[in-house]
Write a protein that binds this ligand. Structure first.
Ligand SMILES: *Cc1c(COP(=O)(O)O)cnc(C)c1O
Length: 392
């Protein structure tokens, strides 16, 4: 099919919930994507932080194909090796104790919320169910995680929303204390706010937050759906902040492009969600887990260090272009935000870059870059050259 045929068929038969860019993608290699007509795009998006090993990565494709032939699905009524091994690796590499596997980020965050509420219910009884989240956060699209999201624009149309969320300003302990109360059971944060505009939390704030949570017996919940799995230059961002959250959600990059998510929890939370309290049919799918094992093998400690270096290289490259539309960059590892100067809009900039062969994202009022973690210097240079040509 041609790009035009794909777009027409999509418009006719797929619900119109996405504001898509006018590009159809057919295949990819490394950090480069191609449309059906063979036009090349450098990818600074990873399918929104998912394809951390890029496209056409042979060990990943081989593992997925082999597992698909061997066993595609069997349900959580039975045991399978790939999920057990992936859970072991995640726990060993993070210091957490156990894993629950699910399928998407919003669903994983639902798990965090249920975990926190039941932890508190088991220990203190009813009435201690409120979760504090941060303004500007993003936690998902379910009726509950929309409400957990600290942005008013998301609290519309789908009434009634799940109750039990209060919002505090990021990096502001006084605001957190003002949101506190006898009814609180947990605080949920993104360590680098993603959709909100690539806003890293300050290390001192995170330390103080962790201490406050420990003092009040609030669970500290980290939404690492976007920051997790190497994106920031450590396996999880919390490892760079020197904290061990009570529970952590992950999704996007965990299986390199197959739908998988989950939560990691510490020893104190191990038995909270007992048999019959939480489940999902597709969770711990063996093909997804086999893909996740290749991601873990690839993200060695040395590879994680390279992610930091690549992120620094890309940020310096962008800042040294001194483009009229861009201000400073910020972020952690290969999760990069670029401030857009007054008089320019991020959507226009994104459209122009995409038209000219560089896929980018927006977040809040700025730009957001989430390149595949395997991106090479040559591919980064090609993207920077497109930026220079289009935006200078
Ligand atoms: C993408 C994202 C989600 C939602 O994940 P889905 O897989 O789309 O449900 C939740 N939290 C954060 C921080 C995200 O970046």
């Amino acid at each position: 099919m041609t790009s035009q045929e794909i777009k027409s068929l999509t418009h006719q038969y797929i619900m119109n919930t996405y504001g898509r860019f006018p590009v159809a993608i057919d295949h990819g290699q490394g950090a480069r994507l191609y449309d059906p007509e063979g036009r090349e795009y450098v990818d600074f998006t990873s399918g929104i932080g998912v394809t951390d090993l890029g496209y056409g990565y042979q060990p990943w494709a081989d593992a997925v194909a082999a597992q698909a032939k061997k066993l595609n699905h069997v349900s959580n009524l039975f045991y399978t090796e790939p999920a057990a091994r992936l859970a072991e690796i995640l726990c060993r590499r993070t210091g957490e104790s156990c894993v629950f596997f699910a399928n998407g980020g919003g669903e994983a965050n639902e798990g965090l919320i249920k975990l926190a509420r039941k932890y508190s219910f088991d220990k203190y009884g009813q009435g201690r169910s409120t979760i504090i989240t941060l303004k500007n956060s993003f936690h998902g699209r379910t009726v509950t995680t929309l409400k957990a999201t600290g942005q008013d624009v998301f609290h519309n149309y789908f009434f009634p929303f799940t109750e039990g969320f209060r919002y505090a300003a990021a990096n502001d302990l006084d605001s957190l204390r003002a949101a506190a109360g006898e009814d609180v059971c947990a605080v949920m944060v993104e360590l680098v706010q993603g959709e909100g505009g690539v806003l890293p939390l300050e290390p001192d704030y995170v330390k103080a937050l962790a201490e406050l949570c420990a003092e009040k017996d609030w669970l500290l919940l980290a939404d690492e759906v976007q920051t997790g799995v190497g994106r920031t230059g450590s396996l999880f961002a919390f490892q760079q902040y020197g904290i061990l959250p009570d529970a952590v959600s992950f999704a996007k990059g965990i299986a390199g492009g197959l739908p998988m998510s989950g939560i990691l929890a510490n020893e104190k939370c191990r038995n909270v969600l007992g048999p019959g309290t939480h489940a999902t049919t597709f969770g711990a799918n063996p093909v997804c887990a086999a893909a996740g094992l290749v991601v873990q093998e690839t993200l060695s400690d040395a590879f994680l260090e390279e992610i930091k270096a690549k992120g620094a290289y890309l940020r310096e490259g962008i800042e040294s272009l001194a483009l009229p539309c861009f201000d400073r960059t910020r972020g952690l590892g290969l999760m990069i935000g670029i401030e857009v100067k007054d008089g320019f809009t991020n959507k226009d900039i994104a459209n122009r870059l995409i038209e000219n062969g560089l896929l980018v994202l927006t977040a809040g009022p700025g730009m957001r870059l989430l390149p595949p973690l395997v991106i090479t210097k040559e591919e980064m240079d090609q993207g920077l050259e497109i930026m220079r040509k289009v935006l200078a």
